[in-house]
Design a protein around this ligand. Structure first.
Ligand code: DAH
Length: 345
């Protein structure tokens, strides 16, 4: 009896070694038969109690050998099946097929215009300053010499953060001026691009969010002539060397004197008449000498230092450059619109 059962286990070992499952299903059947919770080796192991004592050790080792063989064979077969599957997938690949073309993205037209403006000023020594869009009342208005009763503070123009009189969405990038002046010492020469918000009715011409670029230059002895020369250089780089500019007196709370700069656009077409209101001149930016009150508010001695500042809207310039009829196009993110600026930078 005992040699019978020894033979039975030995036959089983041979059977295990000879197994060749052809697919994952057959491999699973193999696993259940030899290694599963109800595998056929278990009852054989239980048989050990009927084996004469002097043979128990040999018998135990033999059944263990069967189990180890099953484990080793299972692992080998599993690896072989995985490799065969990988190979099959690879054989199905057409390595000569042309790849899918990579779709190139494009920059947003506002970014294109903004980058252009910023890079012109970077070339003449301005560095970029970026600041928060949620601003406090002091940096956006008070420091910028905008009195309490100024219409720009009206709830209708300014988005205040809910239930707050202190925090708001900046209404202009001029807030970066006060941020920089209170944290840096002159000489200061910065250019500040960014998004601004105003509570305006959305139409083809105006939007509640848009972009500006602000400039600020403060040092000893900075003059109005310096400002004019800087802005002329900008206009030439932006609109061509033959551009004509003019400065018209204007008013801003944070500059004194203040001006608006126009570039000559021409009056060749009906559109030119419309966008220049029949004058041929197009307003591009606001500017002026930084008001001494602003310098003082920000802890800069107005007796020692002077400076100029300017600010311009980006969407308007992008609309002119790309001949776009409606400011809302910039914020809809319609890819059919955005795709048209491929290749521009
Ligand atoms: N902050 C002004 C606006 O939002 C633009 C502006 C005008 C900025 C004159 C300036 C400046 O720095 O000097 O319309």
């Amino acid at each position: 009896m005992s040699s019978d059962i020894f033979d039975k286990v030995k036959n089983l070992i041979q059977e295990i070694e000879a197994s060749k499952p052809a697919d994952a299903e057959e491999l699973e059947a193999f696993r259940l038969r030899y290694l599963g919770t109800k595998n056929i080796l278990k009852p054989l192991m239980a048989e050990i109690r009927n084996i004469p004592n002097e043979q128990k050790k040999d018998y135990g080792q033999l059944v263990n050998q069967a189990k180890q063989t099953a484990e080793a064979v299972f692992e080998r077969l599993q690896t072989a099946l995985e490799q065969a599957a990988d190979q099959a997938a690879f054989d199905g690949l057409d390595l000569t097929a042309p790849p899918y073309p990579q779709e190139l993205g494009s920059r947003h037209p506002v970014s294109i215009a903004m980058n252009r403006i910023v890079s012109i000023f970077e070339r003449i020594g301005f560095s970029v300053a970026e600041e928060r869009e949620i601003e406090d009342d002091w940096h956006n208005f008070t420091a910028m010499n905008t009195p309490e009763d100024h219409p720009a503070r009206d709830m209708q123009d300014t988005y205040y953060v809910k239930d707050s009189v202190e925090y708001l969405l900046r209404t202009h990038t001029s807030s970066v001026q006060s941020r920089v002046m209170t944290s840096q010492k002159p000489p200061i020469r910065i250019i500040a691009p960014g998004r601004v918000y105003r509570n305006e009715t959305i139409s083809a011409r105006s939007h509640c969010q848009f972009h500006q670029v602000e400039g600020l230059y403060i040092d000893e002895g900075v003059s109005f002539a310096d400002m004019k020369q800087t802005l002329l250089l900008f206009a030439q780089a932006m609109y061509g060397p033959d551009v004509k500019i003019r400065l018209r007196p204007s008013y801003f709370p944070f500059t004194e004197p203040s001006a608006e700069m126009d570039v000559y656009w021409g009056l060749e077409s009906e559109v030119d008449y419309r966008i220049t209101k029949g004058t041929g001149w197009l307003e591009i930016l606001g500017c002026g000498m930084v008001d001494p009150n602003v310098l003082e508010n920000c802890g800069i001695d107005p007796e020692k230092y002077s400076g100029f500042a300017f600010g311009m809207g980006i969407e308007r310039q992008a609309m002119l450059a790309y001949n776009l009829p409606d400011i809302r196009l910039f914020f809809e993110n319609d890819v059919r619109f955005l795709k048209q600026f491929k290749g521009a930078f």
